[in-house]
Design a protein around this ligand. Structure first.
Ligand code: NAD
Length: 262
């Protein structure tokens, strides 16, 4: 399905990114793995890189080859370390990498943003999510940016994913991507058994994480999420653009049922 495609995957040292890199390689892709941490095993090429600053993103982009077919934005942090770093990695760095890589991408390419069920509230918080999504580059002063946009330090994770879901839709209609027919989609998992889930347990509490898991019977594994990401990279997804693919065993359907009293 991905034979001969050159696919860049961030967060490839662990969890969902590592499994996506493995699966994309098995499907015939040439994989370029990016992470701040060096993976124990990696597929294709590995580039160490830090998405948390404009300088870090520029260094990554400089080292990327031309002729890229797809970018999988998987890297992310849990929010445990505060909203500043969480917004940097989960949103501003991801957005800047996506915008900067376009010149090296083929027409008809694909960008996949790993968001989360945690971003479900974007409609309720659309004004704030839109303001963050329209911000260009990294905010010069993150403390005042957070204050202006009413971003509580402990809510960095859901707010970063709400902004990402809004930006996915905006980017899919933005000339920068659209003029090259580059599709921009999101994949939203519920709880997945990866190292980050322990941090979610610390931030949200066991009860909240377990309640989400119980709604769908089990936590996901990275192998449940990677195929959805690979599909959106593929030509089979050529008419899917600006979409958020809930990859959560039905969790979003349960939340919809409860929220709208269906
Ligand atoms: N595990 C879950 O329950 C869950 C649920 C919903 C969404 N997600 C999302 O899935 C994505 C992948 O998470 P995961 O579960 O595989 O977690 P993980 O912790 O296993 O992997 C995250 C990877 O991102 C990398 N990373 C962190 N900061 C970075 C930076 N500054 N620059 C470059 N790389 C950096 C880490 O080194 C790590 O390899 C994240 O965006 C996360 O928000 C995870």
């Amino acid at each position: 399905m991905l034979f001969g495609k050159n696919i860049v995957i961030t967060g490839a040292a662990s969890g969902i990114g590592a499994r996506t890199a493995e699966l994309a390689s098995q499907m015939g892709a040439n994989v370029i793995c990016i992470d701040i941490n060096t993976p124990k095993h990696h597929y294709g090429t590995f580039l160490a890189g830090d998405l948390s600053s404009a300088e870090g993103v520029a260094k990554i982009v400089d080292r990327l080859p031309k002729e890229i077919h797809a970018l999988c934005n998987v890297a992310g942090v849990s929010g445990e370390a505060g909203a500043d770093i969480t917004l940097r990695v989960n949103f501003f760095g991801l957005k800047m990498l996506s915008e900067s890589i376009v010149g090296k991408m083929f027409s008809g390419g694909s960008i996949i943003n790993v968001a989360s069920i945690a971003g479900y509230g974007w409609r309720t918080n659309a004004k704030r999510a839109s303001a963050i999504a329209h911000t260009s580059g990294f905010p010069e002063n993150m403390a005042s940016f957070m204050e202006q946009n009413d971003i509580a330090n402990e809510l960095g994770y859901p707010i970063s994913k709400e902004a990402l879901l809004v930006w996915t839709q905006l980017a899919s209609q933005q000339a920068l991507f659209k003029d090259k027919s580059i599709r921009v989609n999101a994949v939203s998992p519920g709880p997945v058994e990866t190292p980050i889930i322990n941090e979610f347990r610390a931030v949200l509490g066991d009860d909240r994480v377990n309640a989400d898991i119980n709604k769908v019977g089990r936590p996901a594994t990275p192998s449940d999420i990677a195929p959805a990401i690979c599909f959106l990279c593929s030509d089979g997804a050529r008419w899917i653009n600006g979409h958020n693919l809930a990859t959560d065993g039905g969790l979003e359907a349960v939340v919809n049922k409860d929220t709208f009293e269906l």
